[in-house]
Design a protein around this ligand. Structure first.
Ligand SMILES: O=C(O)COP(=O)(O)O
Ligand SMILES: [Mg+2]
Length: 226
C-alpha cells in the first residue's frame, strides 16, 4: 500500500516558472491513499487543484489557517492582527505589491500575503511590534500570520478527520512553511530547490528540484509498496 501524502504546492508540484507540472495530472489521480494539498495559498487554490484532479478535497490552505477534510472546515488564527500589521506597514510606505484586484488576498481568511518584492525588512520590523504575529517567507510570498498557525498543526486536524495516523503521512515540500509538516509526518522530503529551513528539517533532501524531485519520491514510495 502506498502511504498518504502531504504535498506542498509551490516549488514542489510546480515547474521552476510556477506552473503546475503536468505530471501531477498523471500521478496523483491514481494515488491509492489520501493526498492532502498543504499550501500557503488561499483556500480556493488547493480545492480547485483537488477538484480538477478528481480527488477528494482534503486541503490545508493559508499555511494551516484553513483546513478542510470530510466536509468540515477548520479556521484558526487572528486575521485582524495580521491586517493591522499590513496597515501599519502601508502607513510607513510599504506596498503589498500584487497590483490592482489582488486575487492573492481576496479569499484569504486568516492571514495576509505580500509579494516577494515587498520590503521584507520593513515588514518584519512592523510585525515585531505586534504580539503573536510572525512573517513567513516562502520565496513566493511573505505571509503575515498568527504564530500558532502551521501546516503541521493543520495536518494533525486533517489526519484526525480522515482517521489516519499523522505519522503515516509522507510529506514533500520546499520552504520554511513546510517545516512544521515535516515534524508531524512520519517521513519527509525536501526537493533540491528547498530553502535552508526546509532542507534542514527534512529527513532527506532529494537530488532533483521542483516536480522532478517529487516524482522521484513518489516513484520510490510506489516501488516500496510493490
Ligand atoms: O503561497 C505561498 O507563498 C507558497 O505556497 P506553497 O505553500 O504551496 O509553497
Ligand atoms: Mg512551497
Amino acid at each position: 500500500m502506498v502511504p498518504p501524502l502531504a504535498l506542498d504546492i509551490d516549488g514542489t508540484l510546480t515547474t521552476p516558472t510556477g506552473r503546475i507540472d503536468p505530471r501531477v495530472f498523471e500521478l496523483l489521480p491514481a494515488w491509492d491513499a489520501p493526498v492532502v494539498f498543504a499550501t500557503g495559498k488561499a483556500f480556493p487554490y488547493p480545492v480547485a487543484l483537488a477538484h480538477f484532479l478528481g480527488r477528494e478535497e482534503t486541503v490545508i490552505a493559508e499555511n494551516g489557517g484553513v483546513a478542510y477534510a470530510d466536509g468540515e472546515t477548520t479556521v484558526v488564527g487572528d486575521p485582524d492582527a495580521a491586517r493591522a500589521v499590513v496597515e501599519a506597514f502601508r502607513e510607513r510606505g510599504g506596498e503589498v505589491g500584487w497590483g490592482d484586484g489582488d486575487t492573492v488576498n481576496r479569499w484569504r481568511e486568516t492571514e495576509v500575503a505580500l509579494s516577494p518584492d515587498a520590503d521584507g525588512a520593513l515588514l518584519r520590523e512592523v510585525a515585531a511590534t505586534v504580539d503573536d504575529v510572525e512573517v513567513v517567507d516562502t520565496g513566493y510570498a511573505y505571509h503575515v500570520k498568527s504564530t500558532g498557525v502551521s501546516k503541521g498543526r493543520a495536518l494533525g486536524v486533517v489526519a484526525d478527520a480522515l482517521g489516519v495516523d499523522p505519522a503515516a503521512f509522507v510529506a514533500v515540500g520546499d520552504s520554511e512553511n513546510d517545516v512544521s509538516t515535516f515534524g508531524v509526518a512520519g517521513e519527509s522530503y525536501a526537493v533540491a530547490n528547498a530553502d535552508d529551513a526546509a532542507s534542514e528539517a527534512a529527513d532527506e533532501v532529494v537530488e532533483e528540484g521542483f516536480m522532478d524531485g517529487t516524482v522521484s519520491v513518489l516513484s520510490e514510495l510506489r516501488e516500496r509498496a510493490e
